[in-house]
Write a protein that binds this ligand. Structure first.
Ligand code: ADP
Ligand code: MG
Length: 682
C-alpha cells in the first residue's frame, strides 16, 4: 500500500500540518509516488557566481555580494530596496512585497547570494524579487543544478524540494518495464530517471536537462502515456464485461428504408452500417464513434442502426444538442420511418405541462425517440432502450453521454461527430472507442468556395447576395459571435436583421436565434426549408446539422471571432445541393495573430480532418477536447503532437504488459492514476 505523504509536522496534528497537507493536495500530492512523479518545471544553475559587472542582459544569473544599505521606500509605492556590492559593481535588489524576515536578512554587512535576472538601467543595475539567502564567505556552492517545481501559493520551493528529497531517499520504485527493453531503447530505468530529474548529477548540463529528448524525460513521458493507454484498455475491457441487449435485427425495416430512398448509400455508409450492425449483435455494449465530415450522411447511418434495434424489439433514442437540429432530425426520421410503421416520438425541454406529459408517455414505448437534452431528464423513461444515438457528440459533456446510457440498463451507444479526431488523440483520449469513418461524401456535391472580405467591402457582398437570390438560391447570414454577452448577441442579431431588411427590401428575410420560442424557431426554419424565405439571418444556432440543399451562399460576419471547428460547421450548411456554393467570411481589422492563422486555415482547407489537425496545432490538445469532455486526465509531461511516436510505443507496451504482466500493469496504473480512475469511467 502506498503510504501517505509524511510531512515534518504531520505528527503534531496542528493547524500547520493541515495547511501543508491542503497545499500538497491542491497539487495532487497525496502519496509518496505523487511526490516522486511531481517533476521540475525547469532548473536553475546556481553552481556558479557571476560578477555583477559581467551579468548578462538576459537570463537568470547568480551573484553574491555584501549588503551596503537597505531601506523601505514609500514612493512610488511601499518597497524594500537594498544595495549590494561584490567589488566589481553594485546592484540594487528591489522587493515590492516582502516579509520582515527578509528585511532582517538584508541588514548591512550581511553577505547574500541572489539569483534572478539583472536589469541594467540608467540608474545602474537591479534585480527585482531575486531569490536570495544569507551566506558566509565559505558557504559552498551547490555542485548540481537546482530544480524548480510547480507549486502553489504558500508552499515554498525549498519546502517542496525537501519533501521530494525525502521521498527520493526511500526505497526505489519498482521497475515495470523489462530490462532488455530498456537497454534496447537506451532508456534509463524509472528510478534512475527520477533521480536524474529531481537531483541532477554533478556536471549535468542545463540545456541537456531541459531538452524534451533527454532520456530521463523520455522515460517519464513514456510512463505517463503508458498509464493513459492502460487505463483506456482497462475501460475497454470493463465495458466488455457488461451485458447489453442483443440486437441482431432481421434486416426487414432497414431494407425497406433503403429501398424507399431516392439514392443509394455511399460505400462508406455501407461500411459503417455493417460495422455498427455487427456491434449491435454482440452481448456487450457498443461504444462507437461515427466520424464523418459535414454532409457525409451520418443521419442515415444512424437511422439504419435504429432500424436494426427496432427490428430486434428494442427502442432507440436519438439525442441532438440543439432544438433546431433535433427538430430537423425528427422530421427527417419521421419521413423515413413513418411509412414503415415505426412510431417516432419527439421530446424537448421547451414543451411543458400536459403536452409534455403526453410526449413523455409516448417516448416510453415508441420505437424511436428523438430529442434534445430533455431525453436525459428525470421522469423520462424508456421501456426497452437498446440503442442510444448522440449526434454532434463533442457538444455534450461526459456526464450527459453517461446519463443517456443509464436511461436503460446498458444500451449500445453510437456517437456521431463531424469534428474529426486527429490521429494522436484518437490513439489516446479516444482509444476506448471504436471508430467508423465516413470518408466519402455523397456524389453530386459541389465544392464550396471560400472567400475572405474585409468589412468595408460589404456593398459588393450585398450585390452578390442579391444576384444569388435572383438565381433562385437562398442565403444564410450569420451574425457575429459575442461570447461575453448573450443579450448583446441577441441585440446584434436584431440589428443585423433590421439593417438587411432596409438594404435588401425586395427579399424575404427571416431571423432565427436562440431566444425564440421553439414554435417560432420551427416556423422560421420551415419557411426557409420551403423556400419562402430568401435570406436567413441567424446566430450560431444553425451551426450544426441544419440541412437546406437550396441554400448555396453563407455570409459570416466577424468571422475572426469564431473558432475553427465552428467556422467549418457553419460553412457545411451550404454545398449540400447541386448548386455551386460559396462562403464569404467578413472580417474586421485589426486581426490578432491567431485570428489570422484561423482565417488562413479555413480559407485554404475544406477537409474537416485537415482543419482539425491544424486546429490542434494551434490550440494544443488540452483545449481541443477539454478535460471535462474527454473525462481523461490531461497529460502533464507528454505532448500528444510532439511525442506522437511515444504514444504508439506506449500503446504497444500497454498491450504487452496486460498480456504478460497484468500485476505490473496494475501497479503502474495505481502509481500514475491512483485514486483518479473515477475520471475514466465515462
Ligand atoms: P451529416 O453527416 O453532416 O450529419 P446528413 O446526415 O445531414 O449529414 O446528410 C446530408 C444530406 O445528404 C442529407 O440531405 C441526406 O439526406 C443526404 N444524403 C445522405 N446520404 C446520401 C447518399 N448516399 N446519397 C445522396 N444523399 C445522401
Ligand atoms: Mg448531422
Amino acid at each position: 500500500m502506498p503510504g501517505r505523504v509524511k510531512t515534518p509536522a504531520s505528527g503534531a496534528g496542528g493547524k500547520k500540518a493541515t495547511g501543508l497537507q491542503d497545499k500538497l493536495r491542491r497539487l495532487g500530492l497525496r502519496r509518496r509516488e505523487d511526490l516522486l512523479l511531481h517533476l521540475p518545471l525547469r532548473y536553475e544553475d546556481e553552481t556558479r557566481i557571476t560578477p555583477i559587472a559581467e551579468a548578462p542582459w538576459t537570463g537568470t544569473v547568480q551573484v553574491e555580494g555584501e549588503v551596503l544599505a537597505a531601506e523601505v521606500q514609500f514612493r512610488p509605492r511601499r518597497q524594500l530596496v537594498a544595495h549590494i556590492s561584490d567589488g566589481s559593481a553594485t546592484l540594487v535588489l528591489r522587493f515590492l512585497s516582502f516579509y520582515p524576515s527578509q528585511q532582517t536578512a538584508l541588514s548591512p554587512g550581511n553577505r547574500v547570494r541572489c539569483s534572478g535576472e539583472v536589469r541594467h538601467g540608467f540608474f545602474g543595475s537591479e534585480m527585482v524579487h531575486p531569490r536570495f539567502r544569507v551566506v558566509r564567505p565559505d558557504t559552498p556552492l551547490p555542485e548540481t543544478l537546482t530544480p524548480v517545481y510547480p507549486t502553489t501559493a504558500g508552499l515554498a520551493q525549498t519546502a517542496l524540494a525537501r519533501l521530494i528529497g525525502k521521498s527520493l531517499s526511500g526505497p526505489p520504485l519498482a521497475e515495470i518495464l523489462p530490462p532488455d527493453y530498456l537497454a534496447r531503447e537506451s532508456l534509463p530505468d524509472l528510478w534512475e530517471a527520477l533521480r536524474t530529474l529531481h537531483a541532477p548529477p554533478a556536471g549535468a548540463r542545463l540545456e541537456a536537462l531541459c531538452s524534451r529528448n533527454h532520456p530521463a524525460w523520455k522515460r517519464i513521458k513514456l510512463d505517463e502515456l503508458l498509464a493513459q493507454q492502460l487505463s483506456l484498455r482497462q475501460a475497454y475491457r470493463a465495458r466488455r464485461e457488461i451485458g447489453a441487449p442483443l440486437l441482431p435485427g432481421s434486416g426487414a425495416l432497414a431494407s425497406q428504408l433503403k429501398a424507399a430512398l431516392p439514392f443509394a448509400l455511399t460505400g462508406a455508409q455501407e461500411r459503417a452500417v455493417a460495422e455498427i450492425g455487427a456491434d449491435l449483435a454482440q452481448p456487450y455494449p457498443m461504444q462507437r464513434l461515427l466520424q464523418g465530415d459535414v454532409g457525409a450522411g451520418k443521419t442515415l447511418v444512424a437511422a439504419l442502426a435504429a432500424c436494426q434495434a427496432i427490428e430486434s424489439g428494442w427502442q432507440a433514442a436519438f439525442m441532438a444538442p440543439t432544438e433546431i437540429l433535433a427538430e430537423q432530425h425528427y422530421l427527417k426520421l419521421r419521413s423515413w420511418l413513418d411509412p414503415l410503421g415505426v412510431q417516432v416520438a419527439w421530446l424537448t425541454g421547451s414543451i411543458k405541462g400536459k403536452a409534455r406529459q403526453a410526449q413523455t408517455e409516448a417516448a416510453r414505448s415508441a420505437g424511436l425517440v428523438v430529442g434534445t437534452h430533455a431525453l436525459i431528464q428525470e421522469g423520462v423513461d424508456f421501456e426497452r432502450l437498446g440503442l442510444s444515438i448522440i449526434d454532434e457528440q463533442h457538444r455534450f459533456g461526459v456526464q450527459q453521454r453517461l446519463a443517456l446510457r443509464q436511461k436503460g440498463g446498458s444500451p449500445h451507444q453510437l456517437m456521431m461527430s463531424a469534428t474529426p479526431i486527429p490521429r494522436t488523440l484518437a490513439m489516446s483520449y479516444y482509444a476506448d472507442l471504436d471508430v467508423s469513418v465516413l470518408d466519402e461524401l455523397p456524389p453530386g456535391r459541389t465544392p464550396i468556395r471560400t472567400r475572405l472580405a474585409r468589412d468595408d467591402r460589404r456593398d459588393q457582398v450585398m450585390d452578390y447576395v442579391r444576384r444569388k437570390v435572383e438565381e433562385g438560391r437562398q442565403v444564410y447570414w450569420v451574425c457575429p459571435l459575442i461570447e461575453e454577452s448573450e443579450a448583446l448577441q441577441l441585440q446584434t442579431a436584431l440589428d443585423t436583421h433590421a439593417w438587411l431588411q432596409e438594404e435588401l427590401p425586395e427579399l424575404a428575410i427571416g431571423l432565427v436565434h436562440g431566444r425564440l420560442k421553439a414554435g417560432e424557431k420551427q416556423a422560421v426554419m420551415a419557411a426557409f426549408a420551403a423556400g419562402e424565405v430568401d435570406l436567413l439571418v441567424a446566430t450560431t444556432v444553425i451551426e450544426v446539422g441544419v440541412d437546406v440543399p437550396n441554400a448555396s451562399l453563407m455570409v459570416i460576419e466577424h468571422a475572426e471571432r469564431f473558432g475553427l471547428s465552428q467556422l467549418h460547421q457553419l460553412r457545411g450548411r451550404v454545398g449540400r445541393g447541386v448548386h455551386e456554393s460559396s462562403c464569404i467570411l467578413l472580417y474586421a481589422e485589426p486581426l490578432s495573430d491567431t485570428a489570422k492563422a484561423r482565417l488562413k486555415i479555413i480559407f485554404e482547407h475544406t477537409d474537416g480532418f485537415e482543419i482539425a489537425r491544424q486546429d490542434l496545432q494551434l490550440r494544443g490538445p488540452g483545449e481541443f477536447i477539454g478535460s471535462r469532455q474527454s473525462g481523461v486526465p490531461l497529460l502533464r509531461y507528454a505532448d500528444l503532437e510532439l511525442d506522437a511516436e511515444l504514444v504508439e510505443t506506449a500503446r504497444a507496451l500497454a498491450e504487452e504488459l496486460l498480456a504478460q504482466a497484468p500485476d505490473k500493469a496494475a501497479l503502474h496504473l495505481e502509481r500514475w492514476l491512483g485514486g483518479r480512475e473515477e475520471l475514466l469511467k465515462a
